[in-house]
Write a protein that binds this ligand. Structure first.
Ligand code: FEO
Length: 395
């Protein structure tokens, strides 16, 4: 059933309460997600985005209960990824000639995924269509936010920005609007989404946010494609994005480790105590990488000014959990952060050097040479780990 957003604009999407993983298994969705699609019923009837493929039939059947599908004048595909375009093949069986407005890159992505030659209308920033009742839809390309094909659509008079993935969250709710949900949950899911999906595109995002803000469009509602619709102070999430896109960090040092026989875990705790003894104000968190959720860990890296990474030496290298974690950290292209390394070893002891080299490649400034100790930590090595923590706090 459609839900009213404002005047003649309705939500016709799908709430996916069961979703636990997104992008295959790459992104954990502890709180599910939504695929937001919007129906605009002005003099012209417009559908903005659709839903993910598994819900395509259900989506089209529900939509047909709300409107004669043949009456849809325009379809807007803000982004070609299948969580938003997934119902197009099913829908277009019913209305094969209806124009689909999207960017040139979206024509490529949609054709590449569905192998259909639909009636594409290519748009670029500033292009607009008249939808009657004195209202227009204006398109704004959002290249690399987060795909080359992404765009947003602005509806005049009602002042709604259909932002697609930008400003969204993987957050299942029937409540629809930001002022009706738990604020802590909402911001946790928002920052996790930004940290894991948008961080690599920070420099592009900064320019795009400046561009959108300088347009001075009155924005009363930001209608995202995932999670809640921002109607209460919608610019609050734009301001957060500006903050997050500027190489964000909090006064936080986070210790990440994996361990075989708890020696490296012991070092993690002593290092944390050393940091704490030297700086009473810094937030310190410790995570066992192998027991944590990779996307939640990345969110903690995002918030940190310094990360400390520990692994015992195995096979002249590091544990695979730590290697995978660092690989993911590197892909995020974090800027302006520091890293330090530690670990126990039995005989060869390469792990600290391996971590330092990998973190240097990942763009982090390395603190000192790291700390390693042979076999299980004794009184002296525990003290040395504590002192290394103090060095990290003072770096
Ligand atoms: Fe929500 Fe990039 O798709």
């Amino acid at each position: 059933m459609k839900k009213k957003i404002k005047n003649n604009v309705y939500w016709v999407g799908k709430v996916d309460w069961e979703l636990k993983k997104f992008h295959g298994d790459e992104y954990s969705t502890h709180k599910g997600s939504t695929y937001n699609s919007y129906l605009i019923q002005e003099e012209k009837i417009v559908l903005v985005d659709t839903v993910w493929i598994p819900f395509a039939k259900e989506f089209v059947e529900n939509l047909a209960k709300e409107i004669d599908l043949s009456k849809i004048d325009y379809i807007i595909a803000n982004h070609g990824e299948i969580d938003h375009s997934g119902a197009l093949p099913e829908l277009m069986k019913h209305i094969p000639n209806t124009p689909i407005y999207c960017t040139a890159n979206a024509v490529n992505s949609l054709k590449g995924q569905y192998h259909q030659d639909w009636n594409f209308k290519v748009v670029k920033t500033g292009d607009k269509i008249d939808i009657g009742n004195g209202k227009e839809l204006i398109f704004v390309e959002m290249k690399m936010l987060h795909w080359p094909d992404s765009m947003a659509t602005y509806m005049t008079k009602d002042n709604i920005l259909f932002s697609n993935d930008a400003f969204g969250q993987h957050y299942a709710t029937e409540m629809l609007f930001n002022d009706l949900v738990d604020e802590c949950d909402l911001f946790q899911e928002s920052i996790k989404y930004f940290a894991n999906i948008l961080t690599p595109f920070n420099s592009i995002l900064r320019k795009k946010l400046d561009e959108v803000i300088s347009l001075n469009l009155p924005i009363e509602i930001i209608a995202t494609s995932h999670g809640v619709i921002w109607r209460d102070n919608p610019m609050q999430i734009v301001k957060k994005y500006v903050q997050w896109a500027n190489d964000y960090q909090e006064n936080q040092i986070t210790v990440f480790y994996d361990t075989m026989w708890n020696g490296t875990k012991e070092l993690a705790e002593r290092i944390s105590e050393g940091i704490s003894s030297e700086d009473k104000n810094v937030t310190i968190k410790i995570f066992n990488i192998a027991k944590g959720d990779l996307n939640d860990l990345i969110t903690e890296v995002f918030k940190s000014k310094t990360i400390v990474i520990g692994s015992p030496t195995i096979g002249s290298s590091i544990l695979h959990s730590v290697a995978a974690f660092i690989h993911y950290v590197k892909s995020m292209k974090f800027k302006n952060k520091k890293a330090a390394a530690f670990g126990c070893y039995g005989w060869s002891g390469e792990s600290v050097k391996v971590i330092n080299n990998l973190m240097l490649e990942a763009g982090f400034k390395i603190i000192g040479e790291g700390y390693r100790t042979q076999w299980n930590p004794n009184k002296d090595s525990k003290k040395a780990a504590f002192d290394f923590g103090k060095e990290i706090a003072n770096s």
